[in-house]
Design a protein around this ligand. Structure first.
Ligand code: IVH
Length: 679
């Protein structure tokens, strides 16, 4: 990273160095000792780079206790200390292509190569986990240690032995008597997600991210806890070896490690010259989002061990390797406000309005907060400094807040009681994370979906009124509610895109025809939450009249077969909403009508407890009408045939369901049977 061009005065630099020491020590302690970092890595890297830049400009300010002189943190006292025979060093970071071109040039200069000679490198993912050193003696895993401060780590042998991909014995032959293998322990993403889902469901603490998940798991004093965590390891280098180098190059040594049963990341590749490095970086960047583990960059290593030795080390890092970091996936910014978006089903989603921040390669100013449970769990207030995360093409999200930085005027996030789009009241069902607008038909956000549902085949079945047309009608401001469909004129509809006078007339005719419906279809068409065809039919049968359904209270509704307290509340709330009442009344005054329902008492439900399946084409009615008719007689209608099916009603061209019914010995019934039941 390049230094700030405006070099501060010595006095200012001195003050800043003190601040940076204090901050970097604090954050290193949170990261290494607590496995609970407060700030994203990118922020830490920036503070670190700032300190290095000042120390370079003012070498007098570089002290032994500077965080730039240490790698990691002191080992935790609870574990036994392990002195690394060969220190576990660190890598210098690079962010821009120019930094890589400069690295390649430094390597060429260091090797005194003739101009133009391309250097052979090995490029591999920079795995975002925890560095671990494995010690094998006579092929037997005898010790595993963390990096610690690079010189001394912690003995975590018992924990590492629980990782399935770490061999307890080396395979094959030819390994040195003493072999130290280094690599990264990580938590696969799929397993990380599954672990967190389970922990959240059980009300337990979730892991902040996969890297902390891996680090925290390895630092358990009880290795039974580690054993329950999904960890894996990739090996990428050799520390002590009693036979000296195990190969002539890095790539060959990886191949040998693999032969001995150690796991090596398959994405490493031999490349040459700066062009080769940058091309690899591009390619891996594209693959990053589809990998099952987090990587935060690429590591380039001079492949030849003799060349590595010639180049040597500076301070804490080798001259022969560099880490080329990807744009950070997590950044800090300010949460300016929280607004609520209304989705197609009326669900209210809190959305964070952010001070724009560059993260994951794009500028982000909005991010999802998912739902109120998440807001509470993440302790998010308006005005907070928050961590924004954007991984791959995933929608940006607010990962967490930094309560320590909360300003005095920060505000808690409150769910509005009225829908921000239509003003209808918002309900939050106990035990559900989602809050919903009860506006249904009248809420603009839900309108299109509501009208599509209203016109759909199992509802009013308006021929020719497809999803695209509904969207066009709403977008052009011609309709706002299903009732408006019936006020459309031929002139209005024939002017729509892809419509002419003839198709327009067809639509008007279809709407006119759809006015003659049935009460079950009408109730279903209203799109009341959780009121499907069967419930609509049961309501129609129970109450007989629409006005009675509308007037029913929750207690009464629960008397209807199949209606429990939740559905009863949805129905009662729907009809209590004055705007929904207005839509229903408008529909009735447009002439929607249905034949009277012959109410049947339970003892007139001869098919109660029976289950039927309907297949093929019926000549006198549609399958959904047949279904409603059977349901009105108390039957259940299922979509698939099983041994428990009481009968299969088969129309013309019945296919696999008929074959299945015959093979299971399920009675096959015809349309005449159906008509006899329902007449
Ligand atoms: S080689 C002397 N290779 O990055 C160089 N390190 O900042 C030793 N890391 O502590 C490291 N993936 O935790 C190397 N493919 C890779 C790596 C890798 C991740 C980590 C490792 C190390 C840190 C260096």
């Amino acid at each position: 990273m390049s230094a700030d061009p405006s070099v501060p005065s010595l006095a200012v630099a001195q003050k800043r160095v003190t601040e940076l020491h204090q901050q970097l020590h604090h954050h290193a302690w949170r990261y290494y000792a607590l496995d609970d970092p407060e700030i994203p890595d990118a922020e830490y890297d920036r503070l670190f780079a700032e300190l290095q830049a000042i120390e370079q400009a003012y070498p007098a300010l570089l002290t032994d206790d500077s965080p730039s002189q240490r790698v990691g943190a002191a080992p935790l006292s609870a574990f036994e200390s392990v002195a690394h025979a060969v220190p576990m060093l660190s890598l210098n970071n690079a962010f821009a292509d120019e930094d890589i071109i400069a690295f390649d040039k430094r390597v060429a200069d260091g090797l005194e190569l003739t101009a133009g000679a391309a250097i052979n490198y090995f490029a591999e993912p920079k795995l975002d986990g925890l560095a671990v050193s494995l010690r094998y003696e006579q092929g037997q895993l005898v010790q595993a240690a963390t990096r610690g401060d690079g010189q001394t780590g912690e003995n975590i042998t018992a924990n590492v032995k629980t990782i399935a991909s770490v061999p307890l014995r080396l395979r094959g032959s030819g390994w040195p008597d003493v072999l130290e293998v280094r690599g990264e322990v990580y938590m696969p993403l799929r397993e990380f997600d599954a672990f967190n889902k389970q922990a959240a469901a059980a009300g337990e603490k979730t892991l902040v991210n996969p890297r902390n998940g891996a680090a925290g798991s390895l630092r358990q004093l009880d290795s039974r806890i580690t054993a329950a965590r999904p960890l894996a390891m990739y090996c990428y280098s050799v520390g002590e070896s009693s036979d000296g180098a195990i190969a002539a190059s890095h790539s060959e040594s990886l191949a040998r490690l693999q032969q001995w049963g150690l796991r090596v990341c398959p994405l490493g590749k031999a490349v040459s010259g700066a062009d080769g490095l940058l091309a690899y970086y591009q390619r891996l960047g594209q693959q990053r989002a589809s990998l099952d583990y987090d990587i935060d960059g690429v590591v380039y290593k001079v492949d030849d061990f003799l060349q590595q030795r010639e180049l040597g080390f500076v301070a804490r890092a080798p001259r022969w390797a560099i880490a080329h970091k990807f744009p950070a996936q997590e950044e800090l910014t300010e949460l300016v406000d929280v607004e609520f978006q209304v989705g197609r089903t009326g669900a209210l989603t809190p959305v964070a309005r952010l001070k724009p921040v560059f993260v994951g390669g794009v500028t982000v100013s909005n991010a999802t907060l998912h739902n109120m449970d998440e807001v509470t769990r993440k302790d998010i207030h308006i005005g907070d400094t928050v961590v924004v995360r954007r991984a791959g093409d995933v929608i940006p999200e607010v990962a967490r807040s930094l309560p320590d930085r909360r300003p005095a005027n920060a505000q808690p996030v409150a769910m509005p009681s009225a829908c921000p789009v239509c003003g209808s009241h918002v309900e939050r069902v106990e035990g559900e994370a989602v809050a919903r607008c009860t506006g249904g038909l009248v809420c603009a956000a839900q309108r299109k979906e509501a009208i599509k549902h209203f016109a759909s085949r199992k509802a009013l079945d308006v021929d020719g009124l497809g999803d695209k047309l509904v969207e066009q009608l709403v977008d052009d401001g011609l309709i706002e509610s299903p009732a408006d469909l019936f006020t459309l004129s031929l002139e209005q509809v024939s002017q729509l895109e892809r419509m002419a006078v003839k198709s327009g007339q067809n639509l008007i005719d279809a709407l006119e025809k759809a006015k003659q419906t049935s009460l079950p279809r009408f109730l279903f068409a209203l799109g009341i939450r959780e009121v499907g065809e069967a419930t609509a039919a049961a309501l129609a049968n129970h109450y007989g009249e629409l006005s009675a359904v509308m007037a029913a209270d929750e207690r009464s509704l629960q008397q209807v077969p199949d209606v429990g307290p939740v559905v009863a509340r949805h129905i009662a709330e729907f009809f209590a909403e004055p705007r929904n009442q207005a839509v229903v009344n408008a529909l009735l005054s447009q002439g929607l009508a249905w034949p009277p329902i012959e109410k049947r008492a339970p003892d007139e439900q001869p098919l109660l407890g029976k289950t039927y399946v309907i297949t093929g084409t019926l000549s006198s009615m549609s399958r959904s009408d047949a279904k409603a008719a059977l349901q009105a007689l108390g039957a259940k209608v299922s979509g698939s045939v099983s041994k428990k099916t009481d009968g299969l009603v088969a129309g013309e061209a019945a296919g696999s369901k008929l074959t299945k019914a015959e093979s299971l010995g399920v009675p096959v019934l015809d349309e005449a049977w159906l008509l006899a039941q329902t007449s």
